[in-house]
Design a protein. Structure first.
Length: 220
């Protein structure tokens, strides 16, 4: 199925992302090469190109493309980073991250629902992605043995930022995460660990609606 990954083209989705303010050409190129339809259930196929979240089963969703793009752009990836994704879900965001990193860099992704992790792993393998490792587990605990990470992206919302994720962020690293007690009161936050001293800066990017981050026990 690798041949199904399309070359860069100014399709409807990419044009819409540009209109919505996405500017990073590498991020736009990644979206042009990753067809969203491969990551949604059959019953959602007619809506796969729309800019809205879709249910993928087990109480989880695939985020709308604009949110995926905005979170990815906020990481400011250059292609050499060590990246951790929390909340594999459908694998769509995972594939976008894989597109932005060379084969020498590995995206590590954690999903608490085994069925979703297995489905995403099969999909990415069929699409030809090799620079990715999957794990089933509590994403709030991170993946400590492969830390530190230059970039961490979290695709589900805890009430507070889990301490292990900040601990596993490298100096100068960036964490993008939705935070809030419920979908009506969530903020997409960017945390930047300072290169010296271990301190962090936080910036609120926008208000968002995400499913809760389940299974986490340790909070910052």
């Amino acid at each position: 199925m690798e041949g199904l990954r399309t070359p860069l083209r100014e399709g409807q989705l990419v044009r819409r992302l540009i209109e919505q303010g996405i500017r990073d050409p590498r991020v736009l190129a990644a979206f042009a090469r990753v067809p969203r339809r491969f990551f949604v259930p059959d019953e959602a196929q007619p809506y796969s190109e729309g800019d809205h979240p879709l249910e993928i089963g087990y109480g989880q969703t695939i985020s709308q493309p604009y949110i995926v793009a905005a979170m990815t752009e906020a990481l400011q990836l250059e292609g050499r980073e060590r990246v951790l994704e929390v909340g594999t879900g459908s694998g769509y965001q995972t594939a976008i991250l894989c597109e932005l990193l060379p084969l020498a860099s590995t995206v590590r992704t954690i999903e608490i629902v085994p069925e979703l992790s297995g489905r995403a792993e099969r999909t990415l393998k069929e699409l030809g992605y090799e620079n990715v490792e999957f794990r089933v587990g509590d994403g709030a605990s991170g993946w400590p043995e492969a830390a530190p990470y230059d970039a961490i992206l979290v695709a589900a919302a805890p009430e507070e930022v889990p301490a292990p994720l900040l601990e596993q962020l490298s100096p100068g690293g960036r964490l993008v995460i939705p935070v809030g007690p419920d979908p009506e009161h969530q903020e997409l936050q960017l945390w930047h660990k300072l290169p010296v001293g271990g301190g962090v800066d936080r910036k609120i990017l926008m208000h968002v609606r995400f499913v809760p981050l389940t299974g986490h026990s340790r909070l910052h």
